[in-house]
Design a protein around this ligand. Structure first.
Ligand SMILES: [Zn+2]
Length: 152
């Protein structure tokens, strides 16, 4: 199953429960989340171009105003940016398990295999975020199975 980047992927658990999973946001999409010029640092090492290169995007208008960004790969949020912060260094220091930060290279420089590894890591991270929903859905479907078995 091949999906375009930026499309939402859905996992169907049963007829009623569907959990939306955003796929990886690529650099052009991430840059857009930083808004018009002047809404983020234009100069310095934490400029929006460098933030994007390090895998970051602004998850919402509010968070951008408060200088909070999120990594599209490890799903971790990073706050309190100053224009001279080094995004790559902070990324690895505050999220050492992030596979993208560990590669330490631009997306275009990654091999297909490395990119697939990233994709898998993102899916696992998203599933982790939705763990509670998944748990509730699983309990529900178990009780459905139980009901079915009891009918026999
Ligand atoms: Zn990360």
């Amino acid at each position: 199953m091949v999906k375009e980047c930026g499309e939402n992927m859905e996992i169907e658990l049963n007829d009623e429960v569907t959990i939306e999973q955003p796929t990886i946001m690529m650099s052009a999409q991430r840059l857009e989340t930083f808004g018009e010029k002047g809404m983020w640092f234009e100069v310095g090492s934490a400029s929006r171009q460098d933030m994007v290169k390090s895998g970051f995007y602004c998850p919402s208008e509010d968070k951008r105003k408060n200088r909070i960004v999120k990594c599209t790969y490890c799903r971790k949020e990073f706050a309190n940016w100053t224009r001279d912060d080094k995004p790559e260094e902070r990324h690895l220091a505050e999220s050492s398990e992030c596979p993208f930060a560990q590669f330490g290279r631009d997306e275009e420089e990654l091999t297909v295999r490395e990119f697939l590894e990233l994709e898998l890591a993102v899916k696992l991270a998203v599933m982790d975020e939705d763990k509670e929903k998944l748990k509730a859905a699983a309990i529900e479907s178990f009780s459905d199975v139980e009901k079915l078995l009891n009918k026999k």
